[in-house]
Design a protein around this ligand. Structure first.
Ligand SMILES: Cc1ncc(COP(=O)(O)O)c(C=O)c1O
Length: 456
């Protein structure tokens, strides 16, 4: 039955499903329809302009409205929109992007080979499959388990969703038992109730205990976000990753870094791994690789992992990864221009410098706020964690949490932020200026103050 006489908003409610959206609330409130964007600002169908304080979903690194990307994609599509890359078929943009990625990973990393996916979840699916394959061809097919840390998000498909440890993602869809969860380096909510550095990294000791309990010979890989994003922007304490890297190596466990959020300048370096000079065996990425102009993700593997699979796989046994849209030429063309923009416009440096300014402003605005218990960030990632004064308990209840109320008011005042659990997170585009940061923090501070009066 056709409903074409309905408004766009009514048609949305009538036919379109939205991820991470409650159906009942959506039908009542209707959609927020975006019609355009420029820089850090978006326009809506009802004539409103809002600041994109979260870069979509941590991904619109270059900002909105960069027509160069559209031009490059159109040019590629006119030449060759798509052909699969199975069986050795290839295309110029995919080859060039793989070479570009090899040049972007830090010196010292041996990551040399890349496969492009459609996003972060399928990048992680592929990466777990590859890690298991690596061990299998070396004669250890029983190394199947994947370790991940609490407060982590690695995607929502079967294996990636099982590595995701945020419990809400497992309601009605329990994780695969091959995924083992360990402590996170989340100092504010330390599982061991201790304080850095007195703790001497009990979260790493706990990983070691888990390895012994499970048996190192059953574990394929350990996956971690350099800075946990969805969990609430949680940068790790200084020695965490070097200790983790050493521990994994000593047990023959592959280290996977999920750079889906932290890649492409988000933390003020090209990749999060550069903050601690750690070198994973495999890495996943997505989001900032195209700034969302087209879907793309991927995995990178070291020369050692590549050569092991190449040399030890049974005769005539192909690399059994394969999505129709792997190495998509148009998406790869978008990525190449996006990376040019990040490089030519110094956006990594801007994320580092303006991001430090953002954190400074957040500290100034919220450092002594009664409901703000922790302020964290790295590069263009910043978060405040809210709690009742002197506690770690939530402010507000399930019906209306403090952070959700702040987020709603920010929207009314023209700013998109992310409120998740007790966190209010910001991740503006990497092109954001200091003046724009002032504007963002000013709106957020007014909203927090106003909602504080309501909740106090
Ligand atoms: C760290 C991390 N890994 C993986 C994913 C999954 O990416 P996608 O949503 O593109 O499947 C996300 C998505 O937010 C993420 O933040």
């Amino acid at each position: 039955m056709s409903n074409r006489n309905l408004s766009l908003s009514e048609l949305d409610s009538a036919h379109l499903l939205h991820p991470i959206t409650e159906f009942r609330t959506h039908e009542k409130k209707g959609p927020r329809i975006f019609t355009g964007g420029q820089g850090i600002r978006l326009e809506t169908s009802d004539g409103k302009t809002v600041i994109d304080g979260f870069s979509g979903l941590f991904n619109i690194n270059i900002g909105h409205g960069r027509t160069e990307v559209a031009d490059a994609v159109a040019e590629q599509m006119r030449k060759l929109a798509f052909y699969p890359s199975f069986y050795g078929f290839s295309s110029e943009p995919a080859i060039k992007l793989a070479e570009r990625m090899a040049s972007l990973v830090p010196d010292g990393s041996d990551i040399s080979h890349f496969l492009f996916t459609t996003g972060g979840s399928d990048a992680n699916e592929t990466i777990f499959r590859t890690a298991r394959l690596y061990h299998a061809v070396l004669g250890e097919p029983q190394r199947m388990k994947i370790l991940s840390r609490r407060w982590s998000y690695h995607g929502i498909t079967r294996a990636a969703g099982s590595a995701t440890t945020l419990p809400v993602y497992h309601v009605f869809s329990p994780p695969d038992p091959l995924h083992i969860y360990v402590a996170a380096p989340y100092c504010f909510r330390c599982e061991f109730d201790c304080v850095l550095t007195d703790c001497n990294y009990k979260c790493i000791d706990a990983v070691e205990e888990a390895i012994h309990k499970e048996g190192a010979e059953t574990i394929a890989a350990f996956v971690a976000e350099p800075v946990a994003g969805t969990g609430g922007i949680i940068p790790p304490p200084p020695e965490y990753f070097s200790r983790l890297e050493k521990l994994c190596k000593s047990h023959g466990i592959l280290l996977i870094l999920d750079e889906v959020i932290t890649g492409f300048g988000r933390t003020g370096k090209w990749f999060g791994m550069e903050h601690w000079n750690i070198y994973p065996d495999l890495m996943s990425f997505a989001k900032g690789i195209t700034s969302g102009y087209l879907p793309l993700g991927g995995m990178g593997i070291t020369r050692h992992v590549y050569e092991t699979i190449r040399d030890k796989s049974p005769d005539k046994f192909p690399f059994m990864a394969g999505l129709t849209y792997n190495n998509h030429p148009a998406s790869c063309a978008a990525a190449l221009v996006n990376i040019d923009i990040i490089q030519n416009e110094g956006l990594v440096e801007n994320a580092r410098e303006t991001g430090a300014y953002l954190l400074e402003c957040m500290n100034q605005a919220f450092g002594s706020h009664p409901f703000v218990a922790d302020i964290r960030g790295l590069g263009m990632l910043a978060s405040i964690e809210c709690a009742q004064p002197g506690t770690k308990k939530p402010v507000g209840g399930r019906q209306m949490s403090f952070t959700n109320a702040v987020s709603s008011l920010c929207w009314e005042e023209g700013l998109i932020i992310r409120s998740l659990w007790e966190n209010i997170s910001l991740a503006p585009p990497l092109c954001t200026t200091r003046t724009e940061i002032d504007e963002i923090v000013c709106i957020l501070q007014k909203a927090v103050d106003s909602i504080t009066r309501r909740f106090a």
